[in-house]
Design a protein around this ligand. Structure first.
Ligand code: HEC
Ligand code: HEC
Length: 342
C-alpha cells in the first residue's frame, strides 16, 4: 500500500472512533486561503475588486453586476434555480455562493476553471452571465470610465495596469476576502464541546456513519484543500448520481446534464461533478447543479438515494440537517462601495 493510501486508510479508521475533535478529515476554516504568488492580496486591489464586483458596467447591457447572482449581502448566491444574465439568457446551472470558494482547487460545478481568475475571465464574456462581446470590449469599458484607469495604476503599478488579466485579478482578490470563519462547527472542532447541540452531534455522527463524509470532508466539506493532497487546478470529482436510475433522479432531472464529460469528452467523466462546498449550505437553497431541489432536508434525502443507495429515516434527515446548520459561519460585513460616476 502506498504511503498516501495508508494515511487515507488510517484517517478513515478514525471515522469510526468517537474522538471527533482529533479528526484530521474535518478542520476549522483556516484564517487565510492560499494566495497565488502572481496575485498577492493588497488593500488597494481588494477595494478595486469590490467596486468592480458591484459595478454593472462590466455587463454588456449595464444591467447586471456580479453581486446580482452572487449576492454577498445575503449568503453569496441568488436563491434561484438558474439565473438570467445581462443578455436575458438563462444558463443551465445554479449560481453557487462565492463565500469560501478561495479554499477550493477548481472552479465551476464541473471544475473546468483552474483558478478564480480563470472562472472570471470566462464569465465576463459568457452569453449567460456578463455577456460582453470580447475581452477588448471589457477593457475599453473601464478605460472610458473616469477614475478606473487611475485606480488600476494605484493597485497594479507599472506595466499594463488595466488589462483583462488585472480586471480578473482584482475581482479574485476581493473574492478571496469572502470567508465565513467561526461557525459553531468550527468552534466545536476547536474543542468547545457545547458549541453544537446534541442533535447536531448526532447528525455529525450520522454524516460520517452513513457515508456522506467519504465525499464531504476537510475544510469546506468538499474534499481535499489546496496544498495537502491536491494542488490548485486538480479537482475532487465524484459520480452524481452514483446510484443511477432512482425515482429522485427522474423527478429532479439530475442526470440530464452529464457534467465533466462536456469538458473532457472522456467517457470516464460522464456524470462526474466537483464535490461542492457545504459551508453555509443551510442558507443557499435551492440545491444541486440545476437548482431543482428546494429544501436542505430534501437535498440530504436525495443524496442518500443517489449517492449512497440508502433511504434515510426522518430522524436521520433532521439530525444531519441540524449538523449542516452548524457550518453556517460569521459573514464579513459588506457595504455597497462608491462607484465612479461616469
Ligand atoms: C447571471 C448570473 C451570474 C452573474 C451575473 C455572475 N455569475 Fe458567477 N456564476 C454563475 C453561475 C451559474 C455559476 C456556475 C457556472 C457553472 O458551474 O457552470 C457561477 C460561478 C462562478 C464562480 C465559480 C464558483 C465556484 O464555486 O466554483 C466564480 C468565481 C464566479 N461565478 C464569479 C463571478 C464574478 C466575479 C462575476 C462578475 C464578473 C460573476 N460571477 C457574475 C452565475 C453568475
Ligand atoms: C459519492 C460522493 C458523495 C456522497 C457519498 C455524498 N455526496 Fe453530497 N454531493 C456530492 C456531489 C458530487 C454533489 C454535487 C451534485 C451536483 O452536481 O448537483 C453533492 C451535493 C450535495 C449537496 C448540495 C450542495 C449544493 O450547494 O447544492 C448537499 C447538501 C450534500 N451533497 C450533502 C450530502 C449529504 C448529507 C450526504 C450523505 C447523506 C452526501 N452529500 C453524500 C457527492 C457526494
Amino acid at each position: 500500500m502506498s504511503r498516501l493510501l495508508t494515511i487515507v486508510a488510517s484517517s478513515l479508521m478514525l471515522f469510526s472512533t468517537a474522538a471527533h475533535a482529533a479528526f484530521e478529515p474535518f478542520q476549522p476554516l483556516p484564517a487565510m486561503p492560499p494566495i497565488p504568488s502572481d496575485n498577492p492580496q493588497t488593500s488597494a486591489k481588494i477595494e478595486l475588486g469590490k467596486q468592480l464586483y458591484f459595478d454593472k458596467r462590466l455587463s454588456a447591457t449595464y444591467t447586471v453586476s456580479c453581486n446580482g447572482c452572487h449576492n454577498v449581502m445575503s449568503a453569496g448566491d441568488d436563491g434561484k434555480a438558474v439565473s438570467r444574465g445581462a443578455l436575458g439568457l438563462k444558463g443551465t446551472r445554479s449560481a453557487p455562493t462565492l463565500y469560501n470558494v478561495a479554499y477550493q482547487t477548481v472552479y465551476f460545478w464541473d471544475g473546468r476553471a483552474a483558478s478564480i481568475e480563470d472562472a472570471i475571465k470566462e464569465h465576463l464574456v459568457s452569453p449567460t452571465e456578463m455577456g460582453m462581446k470580447d475581452k477588448r470590449a471589457v477593457v475599453e469599458r473601464l478605460w472610458n470610465t473616469a477614475d478606473y484607469p487611475q485606480r488600476f495604476a494605484d493597485a497594479f503599478g507599472k506595466g499594463v495596469p488595466l488589462s483583462y488579466e488585472t480586471i480578473a485579478q482584482a475581482l479574485a482578490s476581493y473574492i478571496r476576502t469572502l470567508r465565513t470563519p467561526d461557525s459553531d462547527f468550527d468552534r466545536y472542532l476547536r474543542g468547545d464541546k457545547n458549541a453544537i447541540s446534541k442533535q447536531a452531534k448526532r447528525g455529525f455522527d450520522e454524516f460520517i456513519e452513513v457515508g456522506c463524509a467519504s465525499c464531504h470532508f476537510w475544510v469546506n466539506l468538499s474534499g481535499p484543500v489546496p496544498g495537502l493532497a491536491f494542488q490548485m487546478g486538480e479537482g475532487f470529482y465524484e459520480l452524481f448520481p452514483n446510484y443511477p436510475g432512482t425515482k429522485d433522479e427522474a423527478r429532479y432531472q439530475l442526470a440530464d446534464d452529464i457534467g465533466r464529460y462536456y469538458v473532457t469528452k472522456d467517457e470516464t467523466d460522464r456524470r462526474m461533478w466537483r464535490v461542492p462546498v457545504l459551508r453555509n449550505v443551510a442558507l443557499t437553497a435551492p440545491y444541486f447543479h440545476n437548482g431543482q431541489v428546494k429544501t436542505l432536508e430534501e437535498a440530504i434525502r436525495v443524496m442518500g438515494t443517489t449517492q449512497l443507495g440508502k433511504t434515510l429515516s426522518r430522524e436521520q434527515l433532521a439530525d444531519i440537517a441540524a449538523f449542516l446548520h452548524t457550518v453556517s459561519g460569521r459573514f464579513p460585513e459588506q457595504r455597497f462601495p462608491k462607484l465612479p460616476s461616469n
